[in-house]
Design a protein around this ligand. Structure first.
Ligand code: OFO
Length: 169
């Protein structure tokens, strides 16, 4: 059975993953409103992945005979700014989530909960990818974002992102 301290941080992490989904959905709606449909697609796909992240935690707590406790999801901030500013926010947010995942890992070590420690490794690797994906788009936007034709090309590229369900096992 999972210990209570780890159960609490995993439940808190579920909330953070679903908040992330809300945040990306708010961004997706904003990009739709201004006609950047590729950016909208990219952030919508990301929102679905965040739901997967939350559900993997949900299933793990149950698998460990623990108790899932869902809490209120905050309303995401109003999304304003250029695509570059929004992706800088995404990068900051993902760095925050990485910090939170790292805390779950070190707490699992402290509590000698090796099953949770092993489980959270998947998230540690996932966060490397999440940060890199956002950073990669920031680099493109910094290089070409002021040029409307280039922005149109980046938007077309982001339209190609497809959702693939994330599974832990
Ligand atoms: Fe779940 O990784 Fe982003 O927030």
């Amino acid at each position: 059975m999972i210990n209570e301290k780890i159960q609490n941080v995993l439940n808190a992490q579920i909330n953070k993953e679903f908040y992330s989904a809300y945040l990306y959905l708010a961004m997706s709606a904003h990009f739709d409103e201004i006609g950047l449909y590729g950016f909208s697609n990219w952030t919508k796909v990301q929102a679905k992945e965040e739901v997967d992240h939350g559900m993997i935690l949900f299933d793990f707590i149950i698998e460990r005979n623990g108790k899932v406790e869902l809490s209120q999801i905050d309303v995401p901030e109003t999304i304003l700014g250029s695509p570059l500013e929004i992706f800088e926010k995404i990068y900051e947010h993902e760095k925050y989530v990485t910090g939170s995942i790292n805390c779950v890992a070190s707490m699992s070590d402290e509590e000698c909960d090796l099953a949770s420690r092993n489980f959270i490794d998947w998230y540690i690797a996932e966060q490397v990818e999440e940060e890199r994906n956002a950073y990669d788009i920031i680099l493109k936007l910094k290089m070409f974002g002021d040029d409307k034709a280039a922005l149109y090309q980046i938007d077309k590229e982001l339209k190609k992102r497809e959702y693939n369900q994330h599974n832990y096992k």
